[in-house]
Design a protein around this ligand. Structure first.
Ligand code: NDP
Length: 246
């Protein structure tokens, strides 16, 4: 029986590449989208045309009850989740001076609370079965901070604290927990940055002189999900074209 890989936010730039990679490797791929996403059916049809048979469920990852209901439905209809990729995320960039509670909360809930909300209903099953992979998609800006991103940098750094603590708790049970911290990847989230800012401020900071490709992050997710990566846990793996080394 193929392992079940759940990728949150699979209809976004990185998520789609991760779904495609995991499907190509033979996983049963399940994804989630925001309950208000009216283009989910269209996306699924486009993927079908390309030969990918994904299942998709509405789920507000920022909402605990929505996440529990979604995982229950996936478990009942498809089976227990073997690989969880906590990928859904948002930005609400502004300087701290302008940052209000609404924009702080939205980013913390969607990027960090979501990791608790989605991991909670799958983790015990993984440890009981003696195998599981939890992969958290953080960001280079959680490692180094970024101007205008107190909310996002805090949430993304928090994801890695979670990773390290949970990795300790499940290490003896065949479950690994890791963080991936991508640099700037050419997805909708990054292409929303004005071109002039990308060209004059961001790309010059990247030693490779280019944005990353979603497929490059997806390849790393696939490795962390594999049996070969069984001894790799609690890590924060940077994939950023050399932008930030530590
Ligand atoms: P996108 O904006 O393309 O995709 C984000 C996805 O998150 C969408 O599919 C969206 O679903 C989903 N999402 C957002 N809010 C919710 C919610 N409340 N409930 C459920 N799903 C939600 O972003 P990317 O693909 O670029 O980013 C993916 C991840 O990678 C994010 O966590 C991001 O922070 C991180 N990252 C991205 C980098 C980049 O350069 N692109 C760099 C470093 C990290 P829907 O459309 O249905 O709302």
């Amino acid at each position: 029986m193929a392992r079940v890989a759940l990728v949150t936010g699979g209809m976004g730039g990185l998520g789609e590449a991760i779904c495609i990679k995991m499907a190509a490797l033979g996983y049963q791929v399940v994804t989630t989208h925001s309950p208000g996403n009216t283009k989910a059916g269209e996306w699924l049809s486009q993927m079908e045309e390309k030969g990918f048979h994904f299942r998709a469920y509405p789920c507000d990852v920022a909402n605990y009850d929505s996440a529990q209901a979604c995982i229950k439905q996936i478990t009942d209809e498809i089976g227990p989740v073997d690989v969880l990729v906590n990928n859904a995320g948002i930005t609400r960039d502004m300087t701290f001076k302008k940052m209000d509670k609404t924009n702080w909360d939205a980013v913390i809930k969607t990027n960090l609370d979501s990791v608790f909300n989605m991991t909670k209903p799958v983790c015990d099953g993984m440890t009981d079965r003696g195998w599981g992979r939890i992969i958290n998609i953080s960001s280079v800006n959680g490692q180094k901070g970024a101007f205008g991103q107190t909310n996002y940098s805090a949430a993304k750094a928090g994801m890695h604290g979670f990773t390290k603590a949970l990795a300790l708790e499940v290490a003896k049970k065949g479950v690994t927990v890791n963080t991936i911290s991508p640099g700037y990847i050419g997805t909708k989230m990054v292409m929303a940055i004005p071109t002039e800012v990308l060209e004059s401020k961001i790309i010059p900071q990247i030693p490779m002189g280019r944005l990353g490709k979603p497929e490059e992050v997806a390849g790393l997710v696939a490795y962390l999900a594999s049996d070969e990566a069984a001894f790799l846990t609690g890590a924060n793996i940077a994939i950023n074209g050399g932008q930030h080394m530590y």
